[in-house]
Design a protein around this ligand. Structure first.
Ligand code: ADP
Ligand code: MG
Length: 396
């Protein structure tokens, strides 16, 4: 039995008012949604509840209105685009007169409530806002993992006030994260990349105690290389954190976790697309005026061999400055290896992080991974081993 209830545990919900927290915080330009990923992700839960005859009331935030109603951050702007991806009508419901409007909805109909952050008490998880939301519904579904690292009225408080269930998106995310780090098949490899060690210290400390292999790439590898006495030239490097890097090496040793740093790297004297000074060299041969912008092909091949021995991969952070060619090469190559092993059934691969998702899309393999989390901040907090309040509140 799972630690939380799902839509399967709701019983007969015909005619019941179900408050569903979704993440509809989509980017918009000139009145149009520029990326509808979040709208599409909300469809399975909303459609299933409507098909079961519930009166579906979607709760979501939009932008940062900071507790003040703001027409530019009204979810009225998202109603049409949401109808488009759902393929069914959606009634926008303003806060003023919400109860009366909801009373006119029939079973199977869908309402989208106004921005939850128009109330200052939403982000404070204030009792009066929880009361106001709770009065509108009979049951609560949280389908917004990406907002679950915040203890807000609509993400946490409501779960204590109404019978609470995880939506399909939340359920899929929690199941995938459990397979990757909660209760994974060993050996487990973690790949951590990205620009800076300082933003991922807690991630690294949590992972060394749980995984068998920790692969460090990206700009943060430079700090670890520097701690090992490597001259990293002009590379992005947090020299003040080499002591912390030493602590992480020691913690890994104590826990039986092997840390993998690159043997070879791709360097250039200037950070530009395909710069004339581009070359690949051993990590010990970086010149004083060069910077490391990607890990090298020998390192990538060695990492592929590590992945072949593993059953689980959890990945956050690109291995190089992937936005600028050819410094995406290592990330793309490792992503393809992970995708191939996943397709063969030998690897469970879970990845997340804003730039990581972008990099996997560049490699064209996002679909080929077992699960890709688009949750950003919530995914990172989970990688740090933190309890997410929105998830904890769903515990049976
Ligand atoms: P995520 O958003 O997936 O958590 P991060 O934000 O931590 O990832 O890191 C992504 C950034 O790290 C990218 O902008 C990438 O260009 C940068 N980066 C990776 N490797 C290097 C490097 N060697 N030098 C400079 N920047 C790098
Ligand atoms: Mg990022």
């Amino acid at each position: 039995m799972r630690a939380f209830k799902t839509l399967d545990d709701m019983g007969d919900i015909h005619g019941k008012r179900v408050l569903v927290r979704e993440d509809l915080n989509v980017p918009m330009a000139d009145g149009a949604v520029t990326d509808d990923t979040r709208l599409r992700a909300a469809v399975p839960t909303v459609a299933e509840l409507a098909d079961k005859g519930a009166i579906v009331l979607v709760l979501a935030h939009f932008g940062r209105p900071k507790g003040v109603p703001n027409p530019e951050m009204s979810l009225a702007l998202v109603t049409k685009p949401f109808e488009g991806v759902l393929g069914r009508p959606v009634r926008f419901i303003a806060w003023e007169g919400a109860a009366e409007a909801i009373a006119t909805l029939a079973p199977g109909e869908i309402g989208l409530l106004e921005n939850t952050r128009f109330f200052a008490g939403e982000e404070k998880n204030a009792a009066d806002v929880i009361d106001r939301f709770a009065a509108l519904g009979d049951l609560y579904v949280n389908d917004a993992f990406s907002a679950a690292h915040r203890a807000h009225a609509s993400t946490e408080g409501l779960a204590h006030r109404l019978p609470a269930f995880a939506g399909r998106q939340m359920e899929a995310e929690l199941d995938a994260l459990d397979k990757a780090l909660g209760n994974p098949a060993h050996p487990v490899a973690a790949v951590v990349g990205g620009a800076k060690v300082s933003t991922k210290l807690d991630v690294l400390k949590h992972l060394v105690a749980r995984v068998d292999h920790l692969v460090i790439g990206g700009g943060m590898a430079n700090t670890f290389l520097a701690a090992r006495g490597v001259n990293v030239g002009k590379s992005l490097c947090e020299h003040e954190l080499t002591g912390t890097a030493e602590e992480i090496f020691a913690a890994a040793d104590a826990a039986g976790c092997t840390i993998h740093l690159p043997y070879d790297v791709v360097v250039a004297k200037e950070f530009a697309p395909n710069p004339p000074s581009l070359r690949t060299c051993n990590v010990h041969e970086v010149a004083a005026d060069e910077m490391i912008l990607d890990i090298g092909p020998a390192a990538v091949e060695a990492l592929g061999d590590v992945l072949k021995t593993c059953r689980t991969l959890v990945w956050n952070g690109p291995l190089g400055a992937f936005e600028t060619p050819p410094f995406d090469a290592a990330t793309v190559a490792l992503a393809r290896t992970a995708a191939a092993l996943t397709a063969e059934g030998s690897l469970v691969s879970v990845a997340g992080g804003g730039d990581t998702v972008a990099a996997l899309n560049v490699a064209g393999v996002a679909e080929a991974m077992t699960f890709v989390s688009t949750a950003g901040g919530a995914f990172l907090e989970w990688m740090e081993g933190k309890q997410l309040p929105g998830v904890a509140a769903l515990a049976r």
